[in-house]
Every structure is written in C-alpha cells, then in structure tokens.
Design a protein around this ligand. Structure first.
Ligand code: PEP
Ligand code: MG
Length: 902
C-alpha cells in the first residue's frame, strides 16, 4: 500500500481545507463551516469526515481502511489548536459529532454533543467553567441522553421521564431550576437506564465515545425516517452523510450564554429584516426541539449588544458572500459569539420569488439568476387558494404562520391516525404539542400541521416549509392533550375528528371549515390585477420573473382545452394556442343519444343521418374555441377512445334488460344496445378499436369531424376572425393509416375552404412506439407531430395507465426502480429516447416539421426541461399549469446557457 495519502484516500478534511463548493464530499454543513472558517468568521475548530467514508462504511459495514488513523491525526491537531486533550480529566476538550448531508434533512439524522465527558472529566469541565458544577453535570446528563438514544437505541422517553421525575421532585417545571446535586442524581439515573438497555456501563473512554458516535451518524443515513424524508424530497438515496467533529462551545454556561437561529430575511414572506429566535442559557438542540419558548432575536440587542452587533455584521457579510438568504445557527459562550452553521436558507414559495426580485433590485444577481432561483413547483404552490374570511369566522387562537397556505381538516393527534384517516380520503390536520422526526409520516399525510409550541425554526415549521405544507406553530393558547385526543382553546374542547382550519400565513386557527378564495397570483394571471400598479411585493416579483421567463424561453406554451371557457382562461394564463383539443367530450351529455344511433345504425343511411345530426353541433363547438383562440393555432384531435365508452356499462345494461323483460316491457332498443356492447367488448380496450383505427372502420366519422372543423374555421374567418386549425390524428402507428385519413381529409378541406384563405394543417400524434420508430416515414404525411406521452409511456413500459399507479408503483418507488412515476415526469432514458428518435428522424425527413407534446408531461417542470433539450417547438398542458410551463421553459434556457451557479 502506498504510504502517501492520495486524494481518494483522504477521508477527513480540516475546516480550513474545504470550501462551500465541496458539498458532495463534505456535506452542506461541513462545506459551509469550511467556507466560514476561510472567511475568517468565528467558527469553532473542527474537521469533517467525508461522505465517501460514510458510503464505504454503509457498503461494507465497517470503517474504511485508514479512517481511524486520519481521525486520530486530525484530532491531534484539533487538540493542539485548542490546547486541550479529548476527555482529559483535568482540562477536557469536548466535541460535538454532527451529521451533514449534501442536502439538508432537518432533524432526520443524528447529533451527539459533549463527547469526551466521563465521570472524571466532568470535574475538569466544572473547573474549566469556573467551578460551575451545575453546568458540568447538565452537560454530562445531556451526553448520556443523546448518546444513549442515538448511538445505543435506548428509548428516549425513559430519559425524558427521569428528567420529568427530577423536576417534579424539585417542585418545578423548568429544567433551569435543577441544581448541580439534582443533575448529578440525574446522571446516575441516566446511567442506570443506559445499563439496563444496553447491558453495559456508559463508555468512559473518550475515543470510544467518538468512534461510536461517528458510526451512529453514518448509520442514521439509513434510518427509516431519513429514507422516508429523502423519498418525499426526492433526495438520492446513495449520497451518504458527512460527519462533522467540532470543538464544543457552550450556550448553557449561564445568563451571558445562549443559542439561536437567524435568517437574513423572513423565510416565510421574503421581507427584509432580521428574523430569528434566541434562547438564553441553552444548547442548540433546545431551540430546534421547541423545548423552551424562545425570544425574538431582536431581544438579544438588549441582552448582549456586542454579540448582537457582531452577529448582524456577520449576517450581512454572509448574505453578500452567498448572494442569497442565509440561515444561521450560533452560540454565545460567555459573551463570545460562535458560528455553528450557515446555509442558503429554505424558504417558502412566496419568499423565493420576493427574495429573487429583491436581490435583482440590490444588484446582487441578474434576472437570469433570479429565474434560476425560483421554480415551477413553487409557482404552482402560489396558485393555491387562501381562506375567504368574513366576520362569521373568528380565530380561536393565533400561533406563528410557519408555512403558508390554507388548510381545513379533521383534527388528529398522532401520526398513525393521520395516516389512517388520510388513506380513507379524509383531509386531516395533525395537532401536536411539537413535532419530532417520528411524526414525519403523519406530516406527509396531513393537509396541515398545528403545534402549540415552537417557533419558525421548530421542527414542524422547517419540515412543513420544505414540503410546502401549511403549518401553524407555537399556538400556545392550545392545551394539547395527546393521550386524551383533544385540545382545549378559548374555553372550547376540540376532539379527534372535529374540523379546524389553519392559516399558515397569518398563524390563525379557526374552528370549523373556512371557505377559500383564489390566490393573488392567480388573479394576476387572470388579468384582474395590474402588476405595475399593485402594492403586493409577491405579485410584482412574479410578474417580473415571468416576463423575463417569457423573454428567454424558446419553447412556446399551449394548453390542453376542449371548451371555450378553458381556452379563454388558458389564454389569460399565457397559452399561445391549443395543443390538444380532445373531441370526445363533445360526444357526451345529450349527444349520447346521437352516438348510440351511430353505433346501432344498421344501414349506411342510418349512420349518415346520425353523423349529419352531429355535424352542426361539432361545428358550434369548434367555432367557440376558434373564437377564443383567435389568431392562435388550435390542434383538434379526431375522436380517440373506443366507441363503447359512450354506451352504458355491460352489467348495468344486462340488469336493466332482464328487469324490463321480467315486467313484460318493450326492450327492443335496450337489447340492441346490449348486443352492441357485447359485440364491442374488448379485453384490452386501450390497445383496441380506438383512435385512427376507429376512423378507418366507421365510415364518415372522421370525415364529419374534419368537415365541422373546416366549416367552423371558415365561419370564424368570414366573420372577421382568424382561425388556425390543425387536425390531429390519434394513435397512428404506420404511415399508411395517416395517408388514408389524410387523403379523405384533404378532399373535404379543399371543398369547404375554397378561397376563404383558411389554412388547415394535418398532423399526427406520436403515441405508439412504432410511430416513434418510423417517424421518418410518418413525417412524409404529417405537417406536425404532437407527442402523446401518456400513451407513449403506457405502451413504452407496457403499464396500463389506469391501473398501475395504485397497484404497484409504491413498490417500484420503494425499490428505486424509478424515483417518480413515469406518468408524472418523463422517463428520459426510455420513453424520452423514443421522443428524441422521432424528433430527429421526423425533422430529417421533413425539415420544419412542427413538434410539440400534449401528454401530461407537458406541464411537468423536469419534463419541460427535457422537451426543451430535444428541440420541440412547444409544450401543451392543462390551463393551470400554463404559467408553470412558461416559467420552466425560461429556466431551461437559462440553465442550458450555463448560468447555473448552484
Ligand atoms: C397522450 O396519450 O399523451 C394523449 C395526450 O392522449 P390521451 O391522454 O387523450 O390518450
Ligand atoms: Mg393518447
């Protein structure tokens, strides 16, 4: 083996060796601690064990070769720098061992503080702290508690009960009232709990403590809650976590010490200012766990002006350096400020837009970068409705608006019950005193989260914001009784199953269900708010960024709409035409009877009569849509689903016929219908007589639709409008199918259009894999392709689109066969490859071939980026997703232009 350490052998980095761009290797926390160290900020010294070491451990179940020696070397230099040895009985160095993955996973993984304390060094620590026995024993009991729970799986409640017992014995509810003797007693009690559960004494050897804690952090990557969180947040499962070993600084050394969390802007609204929580005489974990109520950070100015001013200076510096909202954890040890963490802070969707706009105003970033910093998922969230409040609804409590949105639902008190009720289709609000990582399942299942304790940085708040879920935290008027499954507020008792409404923007809590109103962002898109004259920072920021996205994007955005009303709304939302008008809905309602006549026709004349009756109705449908989309292209797809879908279900018909026969009624028509349904029954209707196949089998059906489209276009044009119809043939797999339809259509179009000036394009969907693979041939007969990625996914994977998502996708997601349903986000490797092949071969055969997509993927952010990359001309999606697609199409340009500075 080589004696020199090579780059890949290097498993431990001193803070001075890293920087913020090394997140893959050092995790987010480690990389940013290194960055702050290099900026000369007051960071306690320490080192980071890399994610590579973690991955190696997880793969083999043992520490990689060389790790122990590298830790020893770095520990030695840390000891030298601090002038103390780990766990030295007289003057101990203590360290914290903290997880830190590439992406922040709040509260999901482990931390152990005060490593290095034992029965002897606790005395040394007391001496170090000026004979502060209370502090020393409190630190020791915290170590046993965290170490026991994290490293050795001792049930955490046992420690909590022992702490509660100690407080009641003392007649207090505040842990600060426990004195050194009480805490010494508590250490004994904790040690007994430890021994009972582990069968061994609490380890006294400091290096053993350190090694076991590091191993526990590695292992916490695969803890159930971490796996669940990663799946929810779409964080890859194979990144591993880094481990930071940091010299301890103490916020619990007395009233001149403390700990806090700060944001450089409000992470909920984006407003400028200083936001955060401070807790005197406490360690960081106390803040995040919401164990004691914090004070607003501004209070620190009064408590310790020097540290406050220094903190503000550092915050401004960090914002300038990262050019973004930063969140910060700090500790003050006897008036000395220490930075424990910083990162580009999580924020709500609204704050993301507002802050991006502000940073442009401040000249810190340009509009491209602003566009890069927001995304379609955030925009979609801003389009959610909010509560419509009138005097009828009075809040019963007010907490902190921790994650915006409006949610109503039945109250539940446990994560398990939330999951149960949500599975039954109920909306639920999870109510807790405070949440902890074990509540994650319930938080995912709930519509909203309501806690009686904790601030904007509590676990509930941070996790809910990350998920985009409505959350009110710290509503301390609520007396929550989890075992009794109820809470009381304002003299009222609310029990499990009662409905409450929570407003995550204002923090208000209402009893009963409050009606909701649309978002301002939707009003803006609807055109009812003038962005230039509105005093709403969010709408202004959205307007500005959307305008830039529109200027930057190459992809056009159309909509899928088949009514005039949908078309009109989508146009207001920015749609540049219709990419898919499904004509099948036009055969429902009171037109069913005509369709039945068509299906039951015994002679050519009967069929022609039925079609003739449908023609004017269809013409009116198209006139309405062409008017709404005046001047813009409208792709009308000829009828696609199997005709039996327009008839009553077989079982129902059979029963009706039998009952009527029993009563001696005349059932000739029902019998004919029943026979038709039986005749048309298919084992695999999705692969059966539908789309172009139907058009080729039922004479006159497509011809009637083509005529209606052409006549409608002429009517609109003659009335002074400008109709731009594009006729689209569904389910084509072979060019001959398209050629046959085309030949007939062209004749009708020529006859109807005459010299009206109307131009009608004819193209096809590409939704059968064979069509994609023979796109070069098909392009000869098509002026445009529109990718039907719903069917292309169905037929590409062989997944029945109506069945599989509920049937087994959960297992595929669990196994990581795919990270997201391929019906939601395009499978770029497989189905996407078909798209790419068809686009290339289609264009090679017919330069200028117009290419679009109209499957559900047209409004999915990641898929939009893919369609941009393969060179489509447009995406088409449902009206509400049009703004999202516009934004993402702009982002796709900015990102491929290489201005990605993440
Ligand atoms: C498709 O298959 O992607 C498509 C748009 O058609 P439909 O969803 O109507 O089958
Ligand atoms: Mg289809």
């Amino acid at each position: 083996m080589a004696t020199h350490e090579t780059a890949s052998d290097k498993l431990v980095y001193d803070f001075a060796e890293g920087n913020k761009d090394l997140k893959d290797l050092l995790g987010g926390k480690g990389a940013n601690l290194a960055e702050m160290t290099n900026l000369g900020l007051p960071v306690p010294p320490g080192f980071t064990i890399t994610t590579e070491a973690c991955k190696a451990y997880l793969a083999t179940g043992r520490e990689p070769d060389g790790l122990a020696a590298q830790i020893a070397a770095h520990l030695e230099s840390l000891e030298r720098e601090m002038g103390r040895r780990l766990g030295d009985p007289d003057d101990p160095l203590l360290v914290s061992v903290r997880s830190g993955a590439k992406f922040s996973m709040p509260g999901m993984m482990e931390t152990v503080l005060n490593v290095g304390l034992n029965d002897r060094s606790v005395i040394g620590l007391s001496n170090q702290a000026g004979q502060n026995d209370r502090f020393a024993w409190d630190s020791y009991r915290r170590l046993i508690q965290m170490f026991g729970k994290t490293v050795c799986d001792v049930p955490g409640e046992e420690f909590e009960h022992a702490l509660e017992d100690a407080k009641s014995a003392k007649g207090t509810r505040n842990d600060l009232d426990l004195d050194a003797d009480d805490l010494r007693g508590l250490v004994d009690a904790y040690k007994k709990i430890f021994a009972k559960h582990t069968g061994r004494e609490f380890p006294q050897e400091p290096r053993e403590q350190l090694d076991l804690a590091i191993r526990a952090v590695f292992e916490s990557w695969n803890a159930e809650r971490a796996i669940l969180y990663r799946r929810q947040e779409r964080i890859p499962a194979d990144l591993g976590t880094a481990v930071n070993v940091v010299a301890m600084v103490f916020g619990n050394l007395g009233p001149d010490s403390g700990t806090g969390v700060a944001f450089t802007r409000d992470p909920a609204s984006g407003a400028q200012g200083i936001y955060g929580d401070y807790l005197a005489n406490a360690q960081g974990e106390d803040v995040v766990a919401g164990i004691r109520n914090t004070v607003p950070l501004q209070e620190l100015e009064r408590l310790d002006k020097k540290s406050y001013d220094e903190l503000l200076g550092i915050m401004a510096r960090l914002e300038g350096h990262y050019q973004d909202l930063c969140d910060i954890e700090f500790t003050i040890e006897r008036g000395k400020l220490w930075m424990l963490q910083t990162r580009v802070g999580k924020r709500t969707a609204a704050a993301a837009f507002v802050i991006a706009g502000q940073l442009v105003d401040e000249g810190l970033i340009d509009l491209d970068e602003a566009l890069h910093r927001v995304n379609g998922a955030q925009l979609a969230q801003l389009m959610f409705p909010r509560f419509q409040l009138d005097h009828e609804f009075q809040p019963v409590a007010k907490g902190i608006g921790a994650s915006p949105g409006a949610a109503s639902g039945k109250v539940v008190f446990t994560s398990a019950r939330a999951v149960e009720l949500a599975a039954e289709g109920e909306s639920v609000i999870l109510v807790r005193r405070e949440t902890n990582p074990d509540d994650l399942n319930g938080m995912i299942a709930a519509k909203g989260i309501l806690t009686s304790r904790g601030g904007k940085t509590s676990h509930a708040a941070v996790v809910a914001r990350g998920m985009g879920k409505t959350c009110v935290s710290g509503a301390d008027e609520l007396e929550v009784d989890v075992p009794g499954r109820r809470f009381t507020v304002a003299g009222k008792t609310v029990t499990e199953g009662d409905v409450v409404s929570i407003d995550g923007t204002t923090g208000k809590v209402y009893l009963g269900e409050v009606p909701v109103m649309p978002s301002e962002v939707v009003q803006y898109f609807e055109g009812s708010l003038d962005p230039e004259h509105i005093d709403n920072p969010l709408v202004r920021a959205v307007h500005r960024i959307m305008t830039h996205a529109d200027a930057r994007r190459r992809l056009a955005v159309r909509t899928n709409a088949d009514t005039g009303a949908d078309a009109a709304r989508a146009r207001r939302f920015g749609a540049q035409g219709i990419g898919l008008c499904r004509t099948e809905h036009m055969f429902l309602g009171d037109r069913r009877e005509l369709v039945e006549r068509l299906i039951l026709a015994r002679t050519g004349t009967e069929r022609e009569d039925a079609l003739a009756a449908l023609l004017p109705l269809q013409r009116e449908d198209f006139i309405e849509i062409f008017r709404e989309m005046d001047g813009l292209p409208v792709t009308v797809r000829l009828i696609d689903p199997p005709l039996h879908e327009f008839l009553p279900p077989l079982e129902q018909l059979a029963v009706n016929v039998a009952v009527a026969q029993e009563r001696g009624e005349d059932v000739a028509k029902e019998e004919a219908l029943l026979a038709a349904v039986r005749r048309m029954h298919e084992e695999n209707p999705m692969l059966g007589l539908r789309g172009v196949r139907l058009g080729l089998v039922i004479p006159g059906l497509f011809a009637m639709q083509v005529r209606a489209i052409a006549e409608a276009a002429v009517a609109v044009t003659e009335a002074g409008g400008h109709a731009c119809p594009e006729i689209m043939v569904p389910l084509v797999g072979a060019v001959q199918e398209l050629e046959t339809v085309r030949a007939e259509a062209e004749k009708i179009i020529a006859e109807v259009v005459g010299d009206s000036g109307v131009e009608v394009l004819i193209g096809t969907m590409i939704e059968v894999p064979r069509a994609a693979l023979t796109a070069g041939q098909i392009a000869e007969a098509a002026e445009f392709f529109s990718f039907g990625t719903n069917d292309l996914t169905q037929m590409g994977w062989g997944f029945s689109r109506d069945d599989v998502e509920g049937a087994f996708f959960w297992r595929y997601l669990e196994l990581g066969i795919f990270g997201i349903s391929p019906f939601e986000s395009i499978d770029t490797d497989g189905v996407g490859r078909l798209v790419r092949i068809a686009a290339e071969e289609g264009r090679a055969a017919r330069p200028g071939l117009k290419l679009g997509v109209c499957g559900e993927h047209g409004g999915d952010p990641d898929s939009v980026h893919f369609f941009h990359a393969v060179g489509l001309d447009y995406v088409s999606c449902s009206p509400f997703r049009v703004p999202v697609a516009r934004l993402e199409a702009g982002r796709a340009v900015v990102e491929t232009a290489g201005s990605d500075s993440r």
